[in-house]
Design a protein around this ligand. Structure first.
Ligand SMILES: Cc1ncc(COP(=O)(O)O)c(C=O)c1O
Length: 386
């Protein structure tokens, strides 16, 4: 199959559009490769659906119509090989909202949530509003491959631990957890009476779908089913995160009811536009998604090649998913934090310290952009090398 990469190759001017990613550096010679959205236009069916809804002209409070739930079910069946009932879906205005609601679901003040670092920063913060404690267990790393460290998890779990926050696939280390790893994690959760909260926002951004396919927590069998909340969204994959929509899938009726009750007064209503965009994404954008994943894979390979030629001391784990590269730049001996050093050379990346790793010798580079932007970013990366 030949790809139409022109959709992704074409740079889009985002300065002046209210983009968080670009506004921070407006007017400065800094290329933003940090916060996780992509510099691509959404697929045409999404824009058509939005135009149709906008043309209606009334934007009152919304409720999910039947279409988005049917679209989610169809997508899960076709892409992830799992059947769900539409009634298991609970809609929310964003994934971090879902994590924050989940944090309050079990236990009382001071009880614990376990998560695995490095990890997407809100995983390290949402427990605070819920007045819970956080148990951070570093992922083990072996020759650049990150895995769960079950010995460390056994040592860290306590009678007050109530749930595990899982990032699957994992931002920022790019792992797609295998079925065997997830089964072992499920067994750990059952043995310690824990809920499993599985954030699968990156589930459709697979760089190696043949050899590293995603296993959704919805496929786990046995008693873990009644203790699992799977959080998903179209937002990352189809580049519509600013529209704000995610959903929890909760097969167990009692758990679903409990989760619904965690909605508090801080949680805003959902934008009517987002439902239409999500429905179009899941129903009509599968070939766009597949081309995107191939494009991102080529971008990842460009980084691998660049590092081996120019900065062999920099370690990037093998990225199986996401468009977020986790770079260990400690060997370069740069002034700290390394992200500020690169910024001074015109390249903005995330500071690794925000992901819960000690030290500041890690950066996260967002490669969800046209190849030409990535090449410019890598040129600046090179200029910053000692
Ligand atoms: C793992 C993960 N969860 C959640 C989010 C954010 O989701 P939302 O914008 O819907 O709150 C991100 C964004 O990068 C993410 O990587």
């Amino acid at each position: 199959m030949t790809d139409d990469f022109s959709l992704f190759d074409t740079p889009v001017e985002r300065v002046g559009t209210g983009s968080l990613k670009w506004a921070r550096y407006a007017g400065r010679e800094v290329l933003p490769m940090w916060v996780a959205d992509m510099d691509f236009r959404a697929a045409q069916p999404i824009m058509d659906a939005l135009h149709r809804r906008v043309d209606h002209g009334v934007f009152g409070y919304s409720v999910a119509h039947e279409g988005p739930a049917v679209a989610v079910c169809g997508h899960l069946r076709r892409v992830h090989g799992v059947e769900i009932d539409p009634s298991w879906i609970y809609w929310m205005p964003g994934m971090v909202v879902g994590l924050a609601q989940a944090a309050t679901l079990a236990g009382e003040d001071g009880d614990e949530i376990m998560t695995f670092t490095p990890v997407y920063p809100p995983f390290l913060k949402v427990h605070k509003d819920a007045r819970r404690s956080l148990v951070k267990v570093p992922l083990a790393v072996n020759c650049g491959r990150y895995t769960f460290d079950f010995d460390a998890m056994e040592a860290a779990v306590t009678p007050r631990t109530r749930m595990v926050f899982l990032c699957s696939p994992h931002n920022p280390v790019g792992r797609v957890w295998t079925r065997a790893e997830l089964d072992a994690l499920a067994e750990f959760c059952l043995r310690h009476d824990l809920l499993l909260i599985s954030d699968e926002i990156h589930a459709d951004l697979l760089l190696e779908p043949q050899t590293a396919p995603h296993t959704t927590a919805l496929k786990l069998e046995g008693d873990i089913r009644s203790r699992t909340i799977t959080l998903m969204a179209a937002s990352k994959t189809y580049n519509i995160p600013g529209l704000g929509l995610c959903f929890a899938i909760i097969p167990d009726e009692k758990l679903r009811r409990r989760f619904q009750l965690t909605k508090n007064t801080f949680v805003a209503e959902i934008s009517p536009l987002s439902f239409h965009a999500t429905e179009a994404a899941f129903n009509q954008c599968e070939s766009w998604r597949q081309s995107l994943c191939r494009y991102l894979r080529r971008n990842r390979d460009t980084i691998v090649h660049f590092l081996s030629e120019n900065a062999p001391g920099v370690v990037m784990p093998h990225m199986e998913s996401t468009y977020l590269a986790w770079l260990d730049v400690r060997a370069l001996g740069l002034p700290q934090p390394a992200s500020s050093h690169f910024e001074a050379y015109g390249l903005a990346m995330n500071n690794g310290a925000d992901f819960g790793v000690p030290g500041t010798g890690f950066v996260r580079l967002n490669f969800g952009c046209p190849l030409s932007n990535l090449e410019e970013g890598l040129r600046r990366f090179k200029s910053a090398l000692p």
